[in-house]
Design a protein around this ligand. Structure first.
Ligand code: FAD
Ligand code: MLT
Ligand code: ZN
Length: 555
């Protein structure tokens, strides 16, 4: 069970006791129908490499693992359309395509473990989105199963299909909240015959921006990746791997540039000319061109290895954000300042933070702000959140560029999406997954959601959002009404807080006490007394809370 209950970052814990491994869409359909009819919460899991906790059964959901759905269904060597089961590992699909002279239009560091269903469900971006575009464009069709077991068969292999709403788009990036993807058809490009890679060092982030501009202008159609790394991220790679650095000197910023084309000599010449040009203009301080396949791999591993090396010390607080380029690195600097000012970063074990690093897909304005820690620590979290999300909200950035919402960002969705959009998302979710919520009661159902545990679907913060009020409308009220409204909101927020406490305490009691399977609605004797004890404590806390509220009101 262990691998299904943990996550790649060792940050989230699951309590799943049952993993189901269907081998076909029909089996997925039967499982989901049964779970739906019996109000059992489930969580789809692919390679479990997601970085926002979405694949972890954080309550005790049943894990539906796609690992056995791993067949390559068909490949058309003329059109380049590949049809695969959702459990096919990304690297396996790409190796299959390589033999046919094609390429999977997505590549990322977790390719050896992540699965295509997981990639599509998270709308993963990866290292070459700049060149091959998003899965929203390359995925041509899907087969999926809805929470009630209905199979949606839309494995279209056509590029053009303007027949009504493009429903598959909701599953791409839907993170398993409205259904489970069982197969994917995808447009694959020809594998480039010539790949060249350069690794460059620069003295400032401004200069990296200039280099990006020049790369687009001079390398245009052959540019396939432009990746950013700061010195802190490269120091981490060096510290963990003890390897030789690509450049002799050390610089505050680095970028990796890849070109992919059809003529190796022509491309290499272009890249060399580009390098000469940016060095002569003092945009780039130093650079190196890979001479063969081994060097290409080694330069890429300086970039792809960051995720693992940053996590090496114990854990990582990860922020995957979209920011207009000119402001992209400012967030890293300001975060580092905050962490240092709070006295949380240092070289010895008493400090939770090892380093604050920045890297990412510069070509897509996608920054990965990572805080490498020796252990997860509330104090660090409080310095980081909601600061990072507020920062992003203020500049109209996105709090999730490519990793999704999961459970990590659920409560912060409002920083990137307005209430109208969130309401629409809720309606769509309800449409696909209409079962009414089951209220928490003495019945030991702390699951209220048939498809994922209620708390697990990523989209909706439950807290009442006082910022959501239309301030123009509030301004129209007289002072008395304003005061009354304020009081009302305050009361509602207090109620919500108390309800949350009740909710989590009941969850906790249930999880702590009920260890066996419940037969005929009856609990075991020891479970009953444990529940009674736990509930008494729960009422004690309830009384205390009421007293506290009364005191607050009096003061
Ligand atoms: P999982 O982690 O198993 O699941 C992810 C989410 O999708 C969960 O919410 C899960 O419930 C849901 N899900 C899984 N399968 C299905 C299905 N068949 N139907 C419906 N829902 C499903 N992401 C990027 O975007 N770009 C990167 O460059 C990148 N690099 C990474 C590098 C490393 C080293 C690691 C560890 C992760 C990286 N990721 C990256 C994050 C991650 O999103 C991807 O690894 C991948 O897309 C997740 O696929 P998976 O099969 O592991 O999905
Ligand atoms: C990457 O770009 O390396 C991935 O998105 C993983 C990460 O954010 O570390
Ligand atoms: Zn990334």
């Amino acid at each position: 069970m262990e691998p299904y209950n943990g996550d790649w970052m060792r940050k989230y814990r699951g309590h799943c006791k049952l993993v189901l491994k269907p081998a076909s869409t029909e089996e997925v359909s039967k499982i989901l129908k049964y779970c739906n009819d019996n109000l059992l919460a489930v969580v789809p899991q692919g390679g479990n490499t997601g970085l926002v906790g979405g694949s972890v059964p954080v309550f005790d959901e049943i894990v539906i693992s796609t690992g056995r759905m791993n067949k390559i269904r068909s490949f058309d060597e003329v059109s380049g359309v590949l049809v695969v089961d959702s459990g096919v590992v990304l690297e396996v699909a790409d190796q299959f395509l390589a033999e046919k002279g094609y390429l999977f239009p997505l590549d990322l560091g977790a390719k050896g473990s992540c699965q295509i269903g997981g990639n599509v469900s998270t709308n993963a971006g990866g290292l070459r989105l700049l060149r091959y575009g998003s899965l929203h464009g390359t995925v041509l069709g899907l087969q999926a199963v809805l929470p009630d077991g209905t199979i949606i068969d839309d494995l279209c292999t056509l590029r053009k299909n303007n027949t009504g709403y493009d429903l598959k788009q909701l599953f791409i990036g839907g993170e398993g909240t409205i259904g489970m993807i069982t197969a994917v058809s995808i447009q694959c490009p020809q594998r480039p015959k010539a790949v060249n890679v350069a690794f460059l060092g620069a003295d400032s982030f401004e200069k990296i921006q200039l280099a990006f501009r020049e790369a687009k202008a001079q390398l245009s159609e052959i540019l396939s990746a432009f990746e950013l790394m700061d010195s802190y991220s490269q120091d981490m790679v060096h510290r963990v791997r003890q390897n030789k650095r690509p450049l002799d000197g050390e610089y505050p910023f680095y970028c990796l540039i890849e070109t992919s084309g059809s003529n190796s000599e022509h491309d290499a010449e272009k890249l060399e000319k580009f390098l000469e040009d940016v060095m002569s203009k003092d945009i780039i301080a130093d650079g190196v061109l890979a001479q063969d396949e081994t060097q290409i791999k080694s330069l890429w591993s300086q970039r792809e290895g960051i995720t693992e090396c940053v996590g090496h010390f114990g854990g990582t607080y990860k922020y995957d954000v979209s920011i207009p380029l000119k402001d992209l690195y400012r967030l890293v600097d300001e975060t580092r300042e905050r962490i240092e000012a709070a006295g949380l970063k240092g070289d010895t074990d008493e400090f939770p933070v090892v380093e604050v690093v920045g890297y990412g897909h510069m070509g897509d304005c996608n920054l990965h702000l990572n805080v490498a820690v020796r252990r997860y620590d509330k104090r660090v979290e409080e310095v980081l959140e909601p600061f990072v999300y507020e920062w992003i909200g203020k500049i109209n950035g996105s709090i999730s560029a490519e990793h999704g919402i999961g459970i990590a960002k659920k409560q912060y969705l409002g920083f990137s999406r307005n209430n109208t959009m969130i309401d629409l998302m809720k309606q769509i979710k309800k449409l696909y997954d209409p079962l009414p919520k089951r209220r928490l009661s003495s019945v030991p159902f702390y699951k209220t959601h048939p498809f994922k545990a209620e708390e697990n679907p990523p989209l909706f913060a439950q807290k009442m959002d006082t910022n959501a009020l239309d301030t123009a409308e509030v301004d129209k009220l007289n002072e008395n009404d304003k005061a009354e409204l304020r009081q009302f909101l305050q009361n509602e927020n207090q109620k919500a807080r108390v309800q949350n406490t009740v909710h989590s305490l009941t969850d906790m009691c249930f999880r702590k006490c009920i260890t066996s399977t419940i037969k005929n609605g009856k609990l075991e004797k020891n479970e009953e007394s444990c529940m009674a004890n736990c509930t008494e404590r729960f009422f004690d806390v309830g009384n205390l809370t009421v007293k506290q509220l009364q005191n607050m009101r009096q003061s």
